[in-house]
Design a protein. Structure first.
Length: 121
């Protein structure tokens, strides 16, 4: 997906008008319209501000990844003192066999939780 489409979708999801988003960025409504119509590209500073406003990564905003996990979410504590980033780094440091073991364990836990939830309905 292109930046212009992603920007429009993010803006509409937050129920911001082009004018409101422009005001947040000290830009005009026309500037936002030009970004969304692919008539103009924002500066790097504006891209960073947009990523912060929508709490997405710059890679997601630019259409480089379908994953919209923001840096603020990656920095959040996951369990105890471990952040999501640290959890991912630990997973990536494993060899292939142990990664498969982790995935198998997650699938087992997920299916167990699903069965438990159905029993309690």
């Amino acid at each position: 997906m292109e930046f212009s489409t992603i920007l429009k979708e993010l803006r509409e999801k937050k129920n911001y008008t082009q004018e409101e988003l422009g005001a947040m960025l000290n830009l005009t409504k026309n500037a936002i319209s030009h970004y969304e119509n692919n008539a103009n590209q924002p500066s790097l500073d504006t891209i960073i501000k947009l990523a912060d406003i929508f709490d997405v990564s710059i890679d997601y905003l630019l259409g480089r990844t379908p994953n919209n996990i923001s840096y603020s979410k990656l920095a959040q504590k996951y369990i105890g003192k471990i952040t999501v980033t640290e959890l991912l780094e630990n997973l990536l440091s494993l060899d292939t066999e142990h990664r498969h073991d982790v995935v198998s364990a997650l699938k087992y836990i997920h299916s167990h939780n699903t069965i438990f939830e159905k029993k309690n309905l």
